[in-house]
Design a protein around this ligand. Structure first.
Ligand code: S3P
Length: 449
């Protein structure tokens, strides 16, 4: 799974309006957690709507390597778990592919069991910082031996007699929060995470759903999450909602391609994930939430996005960053089609995603005729107005699915085609992207120009 095989160049050109219904795949964050929590329960967990992207499949393979039984039964995934503390030592290296969420959550889940495991991934994942999880996991008593900068490949030696931990997150990261909470499952007493800025709360919601004792309080220091160790997690039946981060691509493409009208049904609007949609509305997008309802305790709606020629650049509120952190690349593409400057601050986490996303987008947007300024933790896009982006250049996807999809959406609306050097990473999170966008009328082809 390390690497994505032969590069697949892809070109997007402006032709048709995008019209119709876009059924995007299951939520990536919830899919990873369904498999991991299923593996930590005793009995059979069934999951419908699981994202069958490479990232999640790598987590499924890892859960098998730790002793759980993970299989497919028609449209459902079935996990027979080994229980909290029940992981067996894997016989081989665990390859998490491109998935930061997979590797960091799994490290957390094994850190308080008396086994060792060695983790690796593709070139993107091997370049990403792991100290952010190995530091708090060391407080439980887990040791780790990685490459310089704590990078993969890395061997973790779990704590045989773990201690509970209180940890204040030094950066807004749901992955780090989740790693600490999953480690806390197999530690005595109470493990506490203090989160100064709220990040996606799927782990907390799902741990409760699986029967763990977990409380969340708002304090002057932020959200305080307290988990009681050694719960018996009960297997669940899970319906994975569709991914708002995947919905972002057909929604944003519809806003910038002339004549478009796209319905994206059944999207979770959990407030810790939905920041992009409110930002687009603040810019003047014709984006509406239809049929608003609650499903499985989460707010859900059908999103309708129509071509919006009058969008204006805005200052995106930095306090919204965590709730839209994966959406800045595609937001910058919309910003290029708005009037005026869009300023995005408080986003230094973008520099340590699957790629340095500020740099990747800035380089590619500039090549396609859009002016971008940047600093360490901010960037700004000078909008060229609807239909005003020249395009015409090839860009590097840098093994980053969201960079590849963002530039393909740019090409659907720009004056000249845009080519991405390698679209294969899209399969990590949105394997049906090409067919879905083509089905709406988008002109994508597997070529260099
Ligand atoms: C995720 C958390 C975020 C996000 C990633 C998924 C998760 O990462 O970027 O795509 O499922 O917990 P960080 O925790 O690094 O912010």
């Amino acid at each position: 799974m390390s690497g994505h095989g032969t590069p697949t160049p892809m070109t997007a050109r402006n032709g048709n309006a995008l019209r119709g219904e876009a059924r995007v795949p299951g939520d990536k964050s919830i899919s990873h957690r369904s498999l991991i929590l299923g593996a930590l329960s005793v009995g059979e967990t069934r999951v419908r709507g699981l994202l069958d992207g490479e990232d999640v499949l790598a987590t499924g393979a890892a859960m098998r390597a730790f002793g759980a039984d993970v299989s497919q039964d028609g449209d459902e995934w079935v996990v027979h778990g080994v229980g909290v503390g029940g992981f067996a030592e894997p016989e081989d290296v665990i390859d998490c592919g491109n998935a930061g969420t997979g590797v960091r959550l799994i490290m957390g889940a094994m850190a308080t069991t008396g086994i060792s495991a060695t983790f690796t991934g593709d070139a993107s994942l091997r370049s990403r910082p792991m100290g952010r999880v190995t530091d708090p996991l060391a407080l439980f008593g887990a040791a780790s031996y990685g490459r310089s900068g704590g990078r993969l490949p890395l061997t973790m030696v779990g704590a045989a007699t773990p201690l509970p931990v209180e940890y204040e997150l030094p950066m807004p990261s749901a992955q780090v929060k989740s790693a600490v909470l999953l480690a806390g499952l197999n530690a005595p007493g109470e493990t506490r995470v203090i989160e100064p800025e709220a990040t996606r709360d799927h782990t907390e919601r799902m741990l409760r759903g699986f029967g763990a004792e977990l409380s969340v309080e708002d304090s002057k220091d932020g959200r305080v999450i307290t988990l009681t160790g050694y719960p018996e997690l009960k297997p669940q039946s899970i319906d994975v909602p569709r991914d708002p981060s995947s919905a972002a691509f057909p929604v944003c493409a519809a806003l910038i391609v002339e004549g478009s009208d796209v319905l994206v049904p059944n999207i979770g609007l959990n407030p810790t994930r939905a920041g992009l949609f409110y930002t687009l509305q603040d810019m003047g997008a014709d984006l509406t939430f239809e049929n608003q309802r609650e499903e499985g305790g989460e707010p859900v709606a059908d999103l309708r996005a129509k071509f919006s020629p009058d969008m204006k650049g805005i200052d995106v509120p930095p306090e919204r960053a965590a709730s839209m952190i994966d959406e800045y690349p595609i937001l910058s593409v919309v910003a290029a089609h708005a009037e005026g400057r869009t300023y995005m601050a408080g986003v230094k986490e973008l520099r340590v995603k699957e790629s340095d996303r500020i740099d990747a987008m800035a380089v590619g947007l500039r090549a396609n005729g859009v002016e971008v300024d940047e600093g360490e933790d901010w960037w700004a896009v000078e909008g060229r107005g609807a239909g005003g982006v020249p395009g015409g250049a090839a860009v590097a996807a840098r093994l980053d699915h969201r960079i590849a999809m963002s530039f393909l959406c740019l090409g659907l609306a720009s004056q000249k085609p845009v080519t991405v050097d390698d679209a294969s990473p899209i399969a990590t999170s949105f394997p049906i992207f090409e067919s879905l966008m083509s089905g709406l009328g988008g002109q994508l082809d597997r070529s260099n120009s």
